[in-house]
Ligand binder design. Structure first.
Ligand SMILES: [Zn+2]
Length: 376
């Protein structure tokens, strides 16, 4: 069953709506709680948590072994940081968790062709899972998208459509084209965040079923925040845990509608006049689920913060010196560790989780340009 977040109407999943006729976002009404007895211990990767996903039967899965990524304890100037290495998923980003879930469910529902729009990583991931599922896939990307990501999308056999202008122009072009084909936007999808939430279940299990104190998550549309919140609230509901970790949602200053709304105590982000950012994967001026993201951060006792281009680039270099070659978008967690530690918001002795979302191998061209001409 799907439920409209705005008007409360419910719909059968077979209706294949990507949004409510009222314009509202749709949520999948899945299980409200999850406990360790529900873990499928015979499974690997994200499917250990299948009891909490819209795709239950192993026969329905479209899977390349996503999830099951390492959680590595490291040091950041005296802080203990657990790095969650989701850039090691099959297509090089955490998006594979959401796409495995989304592609599996859409194939079950009989979808044979679809349209996706993306700043790159989600498009690559969607193209890969559609190839595996036998679904025809057309991906709309902004013209500024890294060459590496475009090549990857094309290699999986998807059709690539480059749109001039902003990320938002790309979304509008995809919405218009979707009058004829199913629009499988991962941001609007009621299923995507449920796949993503498996990284949070995994962190909890890898920590020996302990609750971290804080988690650092890059946030554009905010699917990592939504996924994390879904998982930990299901654990809270079952009584497995007794408190929620503080969520730090991280945005570039050049595109920070969620941070601005958080600072101004608004429930809904206002349109943001964005500038170019090296964190291209979280450059979303109009986050579709912004209301839900802000609410999840507030419920956790966390905050939304914005970081300068220079500090994100510094974060990239510091992470690389620790052996993590991530894309500049992911490097925002380095910027955040630096600033939040200085401000005394992250403290020694706390259990801190930082998600590394995408591989640097996708962005070598951009990284090369940044080495030659770093942000001021
Ligand atoms: Zn509605």
């Amino acid at each position: 069953m799907l439920h409209c977040f705005r008007c409360g109407e419910t719909f059968a999943e077979a209706a294949l709506l990507w949004r409510c006729p009222c314009g509202g976002i749709l949520d999948w009404t899945g299980p409200e709680s999850f406990s360790r007895s529900s873990i499928r211990t015979e499974e690997t990767g994200m499917w250990r948590y299948a009891a909490s996903l819209p795709v239950d039967s192993p026969d329905s899965r479209v899977s390349m072994g996503e999830g099951g990524t390492p959680l590595v304890l490291g040091d950041w100037n005296g802080l203990s940081v657990f790095w969650k290495l989701d850039f090691l998923c099959p297509t090089g980003s955490y998006k594979d968790r959401g796409m495995a879930c989304l592609a599996s469910r859409l194939r079950e529902l009989g979808v044979r062709e679809l349209i996706e729009d993306s700043s790159g990583n989600a498009g690559s991931s969607m193209a890969a899972y559609c190839a595996l599922a036998g679904i025809e896939c057309k991906v709309f990307v902004p013209r500024y998208t890294s060459e590496g990501k475009c090549v990857q999308i094309l290699s999986y056999g998807a059709e690539l459509v480059r749109i001039p202008g902003t990320r938002e122009d790309t979304s509008r072009a995809a919405e218009n084209a979707a009058n004829e084909t199913y629009y499988a936007s991962h941001n609007w999808s009621p299923y995507f965040a449920h796949g993503v939430k498996t990284f949070a279940f995994e962190v909890w299990e890898q920590l020996g079923f302990q609750v971290p104190d804080a988690v650092l998550l890059p946030a554009g549309q905010g699917s990592l925040v939504l996924g994390w919140a879904l998982a930990f609230e299901e654990l809270l509901a079952s009584g497995e845990i007794d408190r929620l970790p503080r969520i730090y949602a991280l945005q570039p200053e050049n595109c920070a509608p969620l941070a601005l709304a958080f600072d101004h105590r608004l429930d809904t982000p206002e349109p943001f006049s964005k500038k170019e950012t090296i964190a291209e994967g979280i450059s979303s001026a109009e986050p579709v689920r912004g209301v839900q993201v802000l609410s999840a951060v507030r419920r956790s006792g966390g905050t939304v913060r914005a970081f300068s281009e220079r500090s994100i680039w510094d974060g990239f270099n510091q992470l690389a010196r620790k052996g993590f070659y991530v894309e500049p978008t992911s490097a925002i967690v380095g910027a955040a560790l630096e600033e939040l530690q200085s401000a005394g918001e992250l403290r020694e002795g706390e259990r801190i989780v930082a998600l590394l979302s995408g591989s640097g191998l996708k962005a070598t061209e951009k990284i090369l340009a940044l080495i030659g001409d770093p942000p001021a």
